[in-house]
Design a protein around this ligand. Structure first.
Ligand code: KIV
Length: 297
């Protein structure tokens, strides 16, 4: 398959990249300008992750994120992209109740927000049923196993998963079952690299790793972590490629001191009245004009 710079990335292209052993590049984005930069840089998959809740909206976990918030941000991302495949993340409780409601919620990402597919966490029998139903409804699905942040209570925190035989096998089985149910790809989060390699070798669909080592077919990171825009503890797997917090903070501090010291704005940042109209200022200074617009005492 020929990969050109204008054709929209599809699940078929991702599978082809896996076959050709070319790494798939994925990142999260939540807004128009960031999505535009990622798209133009050639990122194949932009995930509007429910990490939105933690890195943009200031929630402590992803659990409070709503469908409305996800749709709002996904729309901003799809307005910006030309080539990348945009995936909307189904937030907590949007796919846990009835099958019908779950399909309708997933379809909102496609119909309202212009996404190309959805991601959902977990591989329980109910989730696998849902994956089958979504695929039947023509909605491409990305699975997600390992550390699934929406199960943070059950997992006892944001911890590496699959460290013992039983749990490793459950993750392995979950990934295989997601493929069988029709998922086009699966995210492997925070698992040992040996386990990620076994899963990647066993699957025909591509694996996208985050904290799952180098053997996955692709990698994803939360863009705010990569750019150094996240405060507090960062997981071991994050590589910070920039310090935007430092850059923004220095710029804002420079602005504050320029305004306080009257160094900004300078003449180059100002507008002047046309030269031949000195009469206007004279008029504004007339007592009668001033009194007309003044607040009565
Ligand atoms: O919500 C998110 O950003 C994710 C990625 C970490 C895969 O699920």
């Amino acid at each position: 398959m020929v990969q050109d710079s204008t054709t929209r990335v599809s699940s078929c292209l991702l599978q082809e990249l896996k076959k050709q052993k070319q790494k798939i590049i994925a990142l999260t984005a939540y807004d128009y300008p960031t999505a535009k930069i990622l798209d133009e840089a050639g990122v194949e998959v932009i995930l509007v992750g429910d990490s939105l809740g933690m890195v943009v909206l200031g929630y402590e976990t992803t659990l409070p994120v709503t469908m409305e918030e996800m749709i709002h941000h996904t729309k901003a991302v799809t307005r910006a992209r030309k080539r990348a495949m945009v995936i909307g993340d189904l937030p907590y409780l949007s796919f846990h109740l009835s099958l019908k409601d779950s399909i309708l919620n997933a379809a909102r990402f496609i119909k309202e927000a212009g996404a190309d597919g959805v991601k959902l966490e977990g591989a329980s029998p109910q989730r696998l049923e849902l994956v089958k139903a979504l695929v039947e409804a023509e909605i491409p699905v990305m699975g997600h196993v390992g550390l699934t942040p929406q199960s943070v209570q059950k997992l006892g925190g944001f911890k590496v998963q699959g460290m013992d035989e039983e749990k490793a096998e459950a993750i392995f089985r979950g990934a295989l079952e997601l493929e069988k149910a029709g998922a086009f790809s699966v995210v492997l989060e925070s698992i040992p690299l040996e386990l990620a390699k076994e899963i990647t070798d066993a699957l025909k669909i591509p694996t996208i790793g985050i904290g799952a080592g180098p053997y996955c077919d692709g990698q994803i990171l939360v863009i705010n972590d990569l750019l150094g825009l996240t405060s507090g503890h960062l997981p071991r797997f994050v590589k910070k490629y920039a310090d935007l917090t430092g850059i923004i903070s220095r710029a804002v501090n420079d602005y504050i001191s320029d305004v306080r010291q009257a160094r900004y704005p300078e003449d180059q940042h100002c507008y002047h009245l046309p030269k031949g109209k000195p009469g206007l200022i004279k008029k504004l200074r007339q007592k009668t004009v001033r009194e007309k617009y003044k607040k009565p005492d």
